[in-house]
Design a protein around this ligand. Structure first.
Ligand SMILES: [Zn+2]
Length: 284
């Protein structure tokens, strides 16, 4: 019996994976999502080149072409049930698919690894009904991964300062900048806009979010929100903004908050800022 989840990882390609511990996070999160986190598992994961995966595909599936991912499991053999077998991924094929789907390579690799792990637990896509179930599950797992594949934090930090500079904090002189990042790699700026009629004031986070919605984006398009304030310590978002964020962003969306010189930060999520948020469903 394993005492922790373990990946026997080998990279036989020249690809360097950017996100540290990427596959560990994906493995742990997938086990949690399919309710297999009551026990510990091991799996072998190899990254191989196109020629190698083509050979394996020919040998084991009689298909004379490269593929993205292959899984070799133990077909539920109970003696070795905590060893899930092995998953083989070809990053070259993954890279092509990532370009097609317009998402980062790391996200595609995570997707393929999830696919492999699900196979190792007996999920399949041989008939339409099983396929529907498996694809839905793997998408849910991918979309709920606690990894931000998109945001360039250096770029965000630079743009936060720029956004904050334009703040219209006429009365409080407390300047706040915000940036919302969308999946098409656009960074949308916002800042607080105050008014002589104080309640008419709108916070930076909401200015940025509303402008994103005004451009036609919706919550599924948003990958993160950042904000910066004049606070020495990390100031956080007000209650009104948290409520708006919980409706206009997905709940596990990352939120990055910085103090005035970006020397201190808080990384959280929408539901980290506002657990048990009041939602439309609560009105039904
Ligand atoms: Zn606010």
């Amino acid at each position: 019996m394993n005492k922790e989840n373990k990946i026997f990882f080998s990279n036989k390609t020249t690809y360097k994976i950017k996100t540290k511990h990427l596959f560990d996070i994906v493995f742990k999160h997938t086990l949690k999502c399919i309710k297999k986190d009551d026990s510990f598992y091991s799996i072998s994961l190899s990254l191989v080149n196109q020629q190698e995966i083509k050979k394996l595909n020919q040998k084991y599936r009689n298909l004379d072409r490269p593929t993205d991912v292959l899984t070799f499991d133990y077909n539920g053999d109970t003696n070795i049930k905590n060893d899930l077998g092995s998953v083989i991924i070809c990053p070259q094929v993954a890279e092509k698919q990532a370009k097609e789907f317009k998402h980062p390579l790391e996200r595609e690799l995570s997707f393929l690894f999830i696919h492999g792990i699900l196979h190792a637990f007996g999920y399949d896509h041989m008939d339409e009904k099983d396929a529907k179930k498996m694809y839905k599950l793997q998408n849910n797992i991918l979309n709920s991964l606690p990894i931000d594949f998109y945001t360039d934090l250096n770029k965000m930090k630079k743009l936060l300062l720029e956004a904050q500079k334009n703040s219209c904090a006429t009365y409080s002189h407390f300047r706040v900048g915000a940036v919302v990042v969308t999946k098409d790699n656009q960074y949308h700026l916002g800042f607080n806009i105050e008014n002589a009629s104080y309640p008419a004031t709108v916070c930076a986070e909401r200015v940025a979010l509303f402008s994103v919605y005004a451009k036609g984006y919706r919550k599924e398009d948003i990958v993160s929100l950042g904000c910066i304030t004049d606070s020495k310590e990390v100031g956080t978002c007000c209650g009104v903004c948290r409520q708006v964020m919980s409706e206009l962003m997905v709940l596990n969306c990352p939120v990055y908050i910085y103090n005035y010189d970006e020397s201190k930060s808080l990384f959280t999520t929408v539901d980290g800022l506002l657990p048990y948020s009041f939602q439309k469903e609560n009105m039904e």
